[in-house]
Write a protein that binds this ligand. Sequence first.
Ligand SMILES: [Zn+2]
Length: 236
Amino acid sequence: MSFPSLEPGFKSRLAHTTRRDEMKIILFGPPASGRGKIGREVAKSLGLRLISSGYTLMKKAASDPTLSDYMRKGEVFPDKFVNEVMSKEIPMDGGFVLVGYPYSPEQARFFDASNKIDAIVEFQMGEDVIMKRVAYRVVCSDCFVSFNMSTDKPKTHGVCDLCGGVLVKREDDTPENLKMRMYYYEKMSKVMNDHYRTAGVPIVVYRVDPSATPSENASMVLAELRRVGITGEKSS
Ligand SMILES: [Zn+2]
């Protein structure tokens, strides 16, 4: 799998002159690493909008039997569909923290045509920890935000903190599916990493602390982002 070469001038546009409210950050992480929750905290601290491919696509799949079938089998959604759905979520103006997208060469090609990225955050977490976390994972049946009954409990048992929806086990959270999703993640995160590194985008690698809360992890991510010049302070 290879990328087409990037257009000339792509690199020069990545100079760190982006206004704070126009910063675009991509966040990748393996399944159950807390990327959605931590991403939400990071976005809040930077005053940016959070866009999660996970919530967006799960919401879509909830009303589409063909798509929910992909999920049940642990398969990835077709690129064309993902691009179509995500392009409606990604604003034309202003910055964002984007979680889990683009996630394939075809998606990156589509995304890069209208967006320039200021930084990538790549989460890391050991496989044994991921397997344990999934065992305790529940997801909101309305807004699809995940909670962990061991490390990130909702305030009220069985109820989503954010929207009051009912928390349920994800039906695709089986060990077989998880193995498949993790294999795909490993492969794709490497491809995405190489792609954006070649384009000169700063990449922050962060090892998630599984014993810390999403907001504690977010503080540590923000500290790492400051090192590559991404700060929460207004620069202009
Ligand atoms: Zn909810």
